[in-house]
Design a protein around this ligand. Structure first.
Ligand code: 15L
Length: 263
C-alpha cells in the first residue's frame, strides 16, 4: 500500500457513511464515494446503483480497501432486501475481486444474531455465536458475512465484518445505552479494520465502551487493536428519566436485536 491509501465508501450518503466521510480523512485516507443518492457538497461522488456494473468497476479501480455500507439499513420487504443487500453485496465483492482489492470492511449488523438472548449469568455475548437473524434485514447480513467468508477462502480477499450496534450521534433509547457506537469510535473501528494485518474473514461487534454493554469487545481489541473511547453512560440519566429502566421481559433488554425480534 502507498502512503496515502484510497478507500471506496459505498453507501457514502447514509448515516454511517456521513460519519465516516467526516472522520476517515483524519486518519490519512483518500476517500472515493459511491451512493445511489447525490451527496451535497461532494461533486466528485459517484452517483450510481450497485447494479451499475460499469460504474462500480470504475469506482473500484485502484482502491486499497472497500468499506461496504450500502444497502437497506432496517427491516424491509424481502424483494427489496434481496436486491439492495444480498445482490448488492455480491456485486461489491465481485467488483472487488475483479479489481484485485484485498481488504473489505463490511457493515454487518447486530441483527445477524438478533435472536441471541442475554446470558443469564451476566457473561458477554461473543462474536462467535451462531447466526440468529431477527429480520430479513438481519438475514441479509448473515448472507454478507458468509459471502465474505467465501471470498476470503476462495479469492484471498480478507474481510472484517463489523456487527454494528447503534451508530448515531447520541444514544436514542435505553437499549442504546448498551448498543451505542459513537461516530468517533466508528471511525476508530473502521480505521483499525482497514489497517489490521490479517487474512481470512473475521467478525467483531461495533459498539463503544458502554458501561451497560453485554456484547464482547475483546475480539475487536485482540484482532484489530480497536480501543473504543466513548461510553453512552452520560446519556443514561436523561433517557432513564424519560423511559425508565428496561424490564427483563422486554425484548429490548433480552435480545441482541431488541425490538427487531418483534417486527
Ligand atoms: C441496525 O442495524 C440499523 O441499521 C440501525 O438503524 C439501528 O436500528 C441498529 O441496527 C440498532 O440495532 O440499534
Amino acid at each position: 500500500m502507498g502512503a496515502r491509501r484510497t478507500v471506496l465508501l459505498t453507501g457514502a450518503a447514509g448515516g454511517v457513511g456521513t460519519f465516516l466521510r467526516a472522520s476517515l480523512p483524519g486518519y490519512g485516507y483518500a476517500l472515493r464515494l459511491f451512493d445511489k443518492a447525490p451527496i451535497p457538497g461532494e461533486p466528485a461522488a459517484v452517483v450510481a446503483d450497485l447494479a451499475d456494473t460499469e460504474a462500480l468497476a470504475a469506482a473500484m479501480a485502484g482502491v486499497d480497501a472497500v468499506v461496504h455500507l450500502a444497502g437497506i439499513a432496517s427491516e424491509a420487504p424481502f424483494p427489496d432486501v434481496l436486491t439492495a443487500n444480498i445482490e448488492g453485496t455480491y456485486r461489491v465483492y465481485e467488483a472487488a475481486r475483479a479489481a484485485g482489492v484485498r481488504r473489505v470492511v463490511y457493515a454487518s449488523s447486530n441483527h445477524a444474531v438478533g435472536y441471541t438472548g442475554r446470558p443469564a449469568d451476566g457473561s458477554l455475548v461473543g462474536a462467535d455465536v451462531p447466526h440468529r437473524p431477527d429480520t430479513y434485514y438481519g438475514l441479509s447480513k448473515c448472507f454478507g458475512e458468509d459471502l465474505a467468508a467465501l471470498y476470503a477462502d476462495k479469492h484471498g480477499i480478507s474481510t472484517v465484518s463489523l456487527r454494528i450496534g447503534s451508530c448515531f450521534a447520541e444514544p436514542r433509547t435505553v437499549r442504546m445505552l448498551a448498543t451505542w457506537l459513537s461516530p468517533a469510535d466508528c471511525g476508530r473501528l473502521v480505521h483499525a479494520a482497514i489497517g489490521a494485518e490479517l487474512s481470512g474473514h473475521h467478525v467483531v461487534f461495533g459498539i463503544s465502551a458502554n458501561t451497560r454493554r453485554w456484547w464482547d469487545l475483546e475480539p475487536g481489541r485482540r484482532l484489530l487493536g480497536y480501543e473504543p473511547q466513548d461510553d453512552a453512560e452520560p446519556y443514561a440519566a436523561k433517557l432513564l428519566a424519560e423511559h425508565g429502566e428496561l424490564t427483563s421481559d422486554d425484548p429490548e433488554f433480552g435480545y441482541v436485536g431488541g425490538a427487531f425480534t418483534t417486527m
